[in-house]
Every structure is written in C-alpha cells, then in structure tokens.
Design a protein around this ligand. Structure first.
Ligand code: GLV
Ligand code: MG
Length: 311
C-alpha cells in the first residue's frame, strides 16, 4: 500500500540539517530543497540530544517552511534515545511534521514499532492517525536483505533511503570516500547491487528511492558525478549537506528539458492515434521513431517527473 505523500510530493533534494544548530535550521527554511530533515542522530553529540529535540520542536512550530517536506531523523532503535526523540517531537510539533526518518533499520519489526508508537501519539494528541510518514534508511547488510519486509511493514512508509557511509562501514568495504569506488575494484561499480536492490524494492512497493550524501561538500563536480549515477538509474532524489549542492541536485533529478519536451510529444502523439483508433492500438510512427504502449509508458515516467518538478 502506498502512503499518500509518497508519489505526489517531489523529493529531488533532501537537505540534512543538524538539530543542534538553530541558525542552520532557520537558514534551511528559505532554501530550495524539496525536503529538509532535522537530524537528531549522527550530526548531534549525545550530550546535545535533549537540546536538539527542543530546537526541532520550536523550529517546526514557528513555521515558514513553505512547500518543503518536514522530516526529523531520530536515533536508531539500538540506542537509548529513539522513544524520547519520537515522543518529544510528535507531542511537541506532530501537526507540523511530515515524516520520521528511521536510520539503520534492520527489519520490519523496527518499522512496525515506530508505526505503533506514532499511532498512539497521534491518538493521544488529537492528530489524524496515519498522516506522519516513515522513511526507513538502509545502512547495513541486514537492512538490505530484509528490504521488502521493511518496505511493506507499514502503510506509513514513503521512501527507502540509502545511507552509504554507514553501509560501506557495516560491510567492511575498504574505502574512506563516500560515493567513490574503493581502490583496486576497477572496472565495476561497488555500489551497483545496493542501488538496484533499493530501487527495485522502492518500485515494487510504490515508494520513492532516495540516495544518501556525498561528503566532499566543496567538490560540486564530484557531487554532480555521484548524483548523476543514481539519477540515471531512476532514483527520485538525493541528500544534500550544503546549500551549494541544492541547485545541482534539483537539476540532476529533474528530466532534461529536451527529454521532457520529447516525452510530452510522444504522449500527445500516442493519445492522438489512440483516440483515432477509438481505444488502445499498437505501434504508431512519430517522425522516424516507432512508439507503442511500452514506449509511451517510458515517456510517461519522464513526463510525470517533469510535471512534478513544475516544468
Ligand atoms: C548517512 O546516514 C550515511 O550513513 O551515509
Ligand atoms: Mg548513516
């Protein structure tokens, strides 16, 4: 089952903002990121978690987010922080929160546990039940192995999010640079299997597939190269860690103008010939190219992404 927010809201750029930094949270409100997630996990030191929760509640309640999807990343269930993260944020600002990003998910039970806690909080606080979504983050081998069960564990699940730094560490990959190939493994793409597993699970279950961060924030060319790979495969978006990465990310995860125009042209031509035939028909010619039901579907994918991005 697909959650209401999952396919209708575009998530090309997902900006990570430390919950411990009110100045950065405030600045994030005016930026062009499609989604902003306020972090309580790795960007926040243990001693700063409680203050960060309070910052996040205040920032959500003070508004000014425009059309941005408002998400909070809580700590994973193996810590002592998760329950208080969720309770504090939902009790304090549940009506202003669109989804919880749950890191280091290992199985469906962890998603169900969050779903149950959210349901109780929504009921107890007079919030509509089921509105707050869940974004499970895949960051280890178990999570990847259990991905179908995780994707279908709750109707709240909207996306599947890759966490490349934790993932590569968890499988002992010999690399220190997130997004770049481990030395000695060429030719080939050490990430390909993981990307495709996440993408296929997302498509199989009607969810969005979101790539994780590129950590060399000053290297925009490196970011572009890295983002272009998952965009080409069909991912919906990627994390950004710095405002400078947002414009590039929105552009890379939108169709190119020429492709969008061509897709609309194919759909118009196919619809025209279909109406002439009084219903579905086989292949037709558009210029020198044959188009049929399948190529019209490919065009529909590009057209949908372009329309969602306001092209
Ligand atoms: C993000 O959380 C990562 O581990 O890459
Ligand atoms: Mg991580």
């Amino acid at each position: 089952m697909t959650s209401p927010g999952s396919t209708t809201r575009v998530r090309r750029s997902v900006l990570a903002v430390p919950g411990s930094n009110p100045r950065m949270i405030d600045k994030a409100k005016g930026l062009a990121a499609d989604e902003v997630f306020l972090d309580l996990e790795d960007a926040v030191a243990p001693a700063a978690k409680a203050d960060a929760r309070a910052n996040i509640v205040a920032a959500l309640n003070s508004g000014g987010w425009g059309t941005q999807i408002r998400v909070v990343r809580v700590n994973d269930w193996s810590t002592e922080y998760t329950y208080a993260d969720v309770i504090t944020v939902v009790e304090g600002a549940g009506s202003e929160l669109d989804a919880i990003l749950l890191p280091k998910v290992i199985d469906a039970g962890q998603v169900r546990a969050l779903d149950l806690l959210l349901t109780q909080l929504e009921k107890a606080n007079g919030l509509p039940v089921g509105r707050i979504g869940i974004e499970p983050q895949i960051e280890n081998a178990l999570g990847l192995r259990n991905i179908d069960a995780i994707a279908t564990a709750s109707p709240r699940v909207q996306t599947l999010v890759f966490g490349p730094a934790d993932f590569m560490a968890s499988i002992n990959m010999r690399t220190l640079v997130v997004g770049e190939q481990p030395e000695g493994y060429a030719p080939g793409d050490a990430y390909h299997h993981i990307y495709m597993t996440i993408l296929l699970a997302a498509r199989a279950h009607g969810l969005q597939a979101i790539d994780g961060p590129y950590l060399a924030v000053r290297d925009i060319d490196g970011f572009r190269r890295n983002a272009a790979r998952t965009a080409a495969l069909g991912f919906d978006g990627k994390w950004v860690l710095h405002p400078d990465q947002i414009t590039a990310c929105n552009e890379i995860f939108s169709p190119r103008q020429a492709d969008y125009d061509r897709a609309e042209e194919i759909l118009d031509a196919y619809a025209f010939h279909t109406s002439l035939a009084g219903g579905a028909r086989g292949a037709v010619m558009l210029g020198d190219e044959m188009i049929d039901e399948a190529s019209a579907k490919m065009a529909q994918v590009i057209a949908d992404k372009g329309r969602a991005a306001g092209m």
